[in-house]
Design a protein around this ligand. Structure first.
Ligand code: KG4
Ligand code: ZN
Length: 335
């Protein structure tokens, strides 16, 4: 039996979780509101907010789990990729904690953690995926199609050659002046809109790769032309615009995921990362599952965006292999 404290601080969410083996006991997330007024994450402010949040967040995670720090068997942290100033707060905290308690440290890759979130157990009944597993990882910084042969054997079959899907959605929201982060706002407004009101072309990119910068530009030019004719165009068509751009991006993601899954004869299919919270993507994968008789895995909403529970589950699988980190390990910003 293992008790692991996990810490996530790669971007703008400070999170701590406690797991008993693969069972989640607590998962506390402090999201930073300070960035909203700037329309994006300000690294300096993110780092400062992590410093303010980390002690109360860890304290709360331990209390909610009913675990005393003296009972912990290991401390896990996100080593990268992410913002250096943000990562450093979690890394330094985890190292000091582990050293003070004389327990081992476990380093976790943020992207692997997103994918492994499907293995978090929250009740005795939930069944984890089996291998091989196809996973579309879609976040603010990454868009990849991964083929998993085991927990840590993840082959990248395709990825974006420019912007990430989340970045494209956030930029579309910014163009319409909807606020930050744009993903959840577009998702909400799209519920009231017609996804077929406007069409935006997706580029022809070979195999399982993606490109989103062209979609963003065509959305920008389309709106610029319409606004010249009617300055209230966005206001009058907000829901239809959100539904249409969402359909374009989600359709592109699902088309490639479907192609990769069929070509590799895989029947277990998952989505992970912040954009997997998107209702059109979740519904779309559900429908593909019915069509192809796949077993689909859609993460519960708290495990889509950044959280420490996913760091904890990745750490648990490393703990089983005695895969511990050295105290001198520095964070990395890129994958
Ligand atoms: O995984 P995540 O929390 O952070 C990174 O590792 O990047 O992903 C954040 C991204 C943002 O781009 C955000 O707009 C997007 O996930 N996102 C969504 C939704 N919720 C979050 N995108 C579309 N629909 C949503 N409901
Ligand atoms: Zn993330």
């Amino acid at each position: 039996m293992s008790l692991i404290l996990a810490i996530e601080s790669s971007c703008d969410d400070t999170s701590a979780a406690v797991l008993r083996d693969d069972m989640l006991l607590s998962n506390v997330i402090a999201s930073q509101k300070v960035h909203e007024q700037y329309g994006g994450v300000v690294p300096e402010l993110a780092s400062r907010a992590h410093q303010q949040n980390i002690v109360p967040v860890v304290d709360s995670a331990l209390r909610k789990a009913g675990v005393d720090k003296g009972q912990l068997d290991a401390v896990a942290f996100t080593r990268g990729p992410g913002l250096l100033g943000s990562l450093l707060v979690g890394v330094s905290f985890a190292k000091s904690f582990a050293q003070a308690l004389h327990i081992p440290l476990i380093e976790v890759n943020h992207l692997q953690a997103h994918v492994l979130s499907h293995f978090i157990r929250t009740d005795a009944g939930s069944q984890p995926p089996q291998f091989p597993l196809m996973c579309l990882l879609v976040s603010g910084g990454h868009t990849q199609i991964l083929l998993l042969k085991s927990h840590f054997e993840m082959e990248v079959l395709g990825q974006t050659i420019d912007d990430a899907a989340g970045e494209a959605i956030d930029k579309a929201a910014k163009i319409m002046d909807l606020g930050y982060p744009g993903g959840p706002i577009i998702d909400r407004l799209a519920q009231e809109g017609d996804p077929n009101a406007f069409t935006f072309a997706t580029p022809h990119i070979p195999l399982y790769d993606f490109s989103f910068s062209g979609i963003k530009t065509s959305f920008l030019y389309f709106l610029r032309d319409r606004l010249e004719e009617n300055p209230d165009f966005i206001e009058q068509h907000k829901a239809d615009l959100c539904a249409s751009i969402q359909k374009c991006i989600v359709g592109f993601l699902l088309k490639k995921l479907e192609k990769a899954t069929i070509a590799h004869h895989v029947r277990q299919v998952a989505i992970a990362g912040g954009v997997s919270a998107n209702s059109a993507l979740r519904n779309g994968l559900q429908q593909l599952g019915v069509k192809h008789h796949w077993h689909v895995f859609i993460p519960p909403l708290p495990f889509c965006t950044d959280n420490a529970a996913m760091v904890g589950i990745a750490a648990y699988f490393k703990y089983l292999k005695n895969d511990f980190a050295d105290i001198s390990l520095p964070p990395y910003t890129r994958d």
